[in-house]
Design a protein around this ligand. Structure first.
Ligand code: ZN
Ligand code: ZN
Length: 144
């Protein structure tokens, strides 16, 4: 178990409670069509954690799963419909939605899948066409 701060998270209704501990492997915004369609929002704020950093405290039986592709196993609370996190098995990372961990100091470092954006954000952060090279993408940057 990694050392460090522990932050509380929950689904929209609060029936599912969980914690994240330590430092995430990455944080930023995803503009991909899948994230937008599933979240019903123009952009998704993500925080990526090693699986052992995420601990379900209660409501685990309410968590439902859907995966359109084997790369993204999406989890939500069946009581309220609130999205909680998405498992990315090939990267061994869990994307915990920044909105589900309100006390965590979200510090975005990058925008990914910016070629699919519907909401241009001029915040000076790098805008990757798809994903970083080490995650199987092109690593290419786009202008804001
Ligand atoms: Zn809920
Ligand atoms: Zn996405």
């Amino acid at each position: 178990m990694s050392s460090g701060e522990t932050y509380n998270g929950s689904c929209f209704c609060g029936a599912v409670q969980f914690t994240v501990t330590g430092e995430p492997a990455g944080m930023g915004y995803c503009h991909c069509d899948s994230c937008r369609h599933w979240s019903a929002g123009p952009v998704n704020a993500f925080t990526l954690w090693k699986p052992e950093a995420v601990k379900i405290l209660q409501g685990g039986d309410l968590i439902k799963t859907y995966n359109k592709s084997p790369r993204s196993i999406r989890k939500w609370c069946s009581a309220c419909g609130g999205h909680i996190f998405t498992e990315h098995p090939e990267w061994d990372l869990i994307d915990v939605y920044a909105a589900a961990i309100p006390d965590f100091p979200f510090k975005p470092g990058v925008h990914v899948h910016y070629q699919e954006t519907v909401l241009h954000i001029q915040d000076g952060l790098p805008k990757l066409r798809d994903l970083p090279k080490e995650m199987g993408g092109s690593g290419d940057s786009l202008s804001e």
